[in-house]
Design a protein around this ligand. Sequence first.
Ligand code: HEM
Length: 384
Amino acid sequence: MTKLAEQHRCDQPFDIYTLFKCFTMDTIWSCGFGLDTDMQNNPNDPHLVQSQRVAAEESNITPLLILFLFVPELKWLWNGLHQCDSSIRYWLTNYLPITRRFISDEPLMWIEKQAEHLVKKRVKLGYTKRMDLLQLMLESASDDDFIQDQPTSAVANTETTTETPLVRKLIKHEIVANIALFMIAGYETTSTALSYIAYVLATHPNEQRKLQEHIDAHFESNTEQDIPSYESITEMDYLDMFIRETLRMYPIVQNIINRQNSEEFHIENVGTIPVGTITTGSIYDLHFNSDLWGPVDPHIFYPERFATKRHPLAWVPFGAGPRNCVGMRFALLEIKELLVRLLKIYSIVDCGEQTHNSINELTETFVIFPKKIIVRLQRRDEDA
Ligand code: HEM
C-alpha cells in the first residue's frame, strides 16, 4: 500500500506490473519459506533479478532445449549436459568473478543453490513455530538420500483398490527442487494475472465500479491497513467471477499444460495418436468457444457468465486433473487480498494509448506476459 500511495502522489502513468512482481516475490518468500524480504523497496534484489531471468525469452530457447524438442529419446543426455553446463557456469561466475565478463550464470542453478542454503539454515535453526511450506516439507523429510516408495499396508490390503497410494517421505534434494519450483511457479504467474486484472479494471470502468461497490458491501474497514479475513474474502462471489473471467480471456500459461498418453486414442478428423505422444490443447480455443461460454459473446468481458454452470474442463488456466496447479488456492487468495485493499482506496485509471498498447505485444515463454501495464491511480475519495 505504501508503494501504491507513492505512485498516487506522483500522479503519473506508471508500470503497475513491476510493482506486482516485487509484491508476489515478497509474498512467496515470506509465506513459503519464512524470509522477510523487501523487494518492493529493492528491485535489484538478486532473488528477484534471477527469477525474472528464468521467465525471460533469452533463457528459454537454448540449443539444448531445441535438441530436446527434436530428439526427445535422448533426453537423459540433454539433461546431463544441461546439468554440467549449469554447474560449470555457476562455479566459474561465483568463484572466478572475472569470467562474468564472458559468460552468464544459469538462473535456475542460482535459485537451487539459494534453496540449498535455505534448507541448511532452517535445519540448523531446529524447531520453529512458523508453519510455512518449508517447515511442512522438512517435517516430512527423511535423512536418507534415496527412498524406495512403499504402498500403505492399510490401503494395499483392500480388495477394491487397483492403484495403491504411496507412503512417501521427501529427500533433501526433492525439498530443494520444490523450493526452486515454487519460487518460479508462484511468482511470475500471479504477478502476470494481477497485471491483466489491472488492465481490465482500467479499460472497463463500469465493471471496476461494480467490483468496488461489491467490496464496499462486504468489507467494512476503518483504516487502509486492515487486512480482510479469509472468511470474508471467500464469500465474495463477484470478486471471484471477475478474476475467473480475466483468466479466461487472458490465460497466463498455455504450453506447460501437456500430457503424454499411456494408451492409443483417436481424434476425429485428426487420426490416431500413438502411445507416448506429448500433446497440449489450445487454451484459447477452449476459453473463447461460444458453445462453452455463450450466449454472451466470449470476446466480451462479462464476469456474470460464471454464474452459469459450465463444462468442468471449459476453464483451465490452472490446468486440470491430478497434476493441476497446486498453488491455485494460494494464488487466488493472494490476488483477492490485494484487490480488496487496492480497490477500497483507489481506482485504476486508463491512460489512453499507453494503457491500450500494453496488451498489444505479448511474449510467450512458460508464461504469456505483457512487457508493461501502464496505468494511473486515483483515490476514490478524490473522485470527481
Ligand atoms: C495465477 C497464478 C497461477 C497460474 C495461472 C498457474 C498455472 C499453472 C498451470 C497451468 C500448471 C500446470 C497444470 C497442469 O498441467 O494441469 C501449474 C502447475 C504448478 N503450479 Fe501453478 N499457477 C499459478 C500460481 C501458482 C502458485 C502461486 C504456486 C505456488 C505457490 C504454483 C505452483 C505450481 C506447481 C508446483 C505446479 C506443478 C504441479 C505438478 O506438476 O503437480 N502455481 N500452474
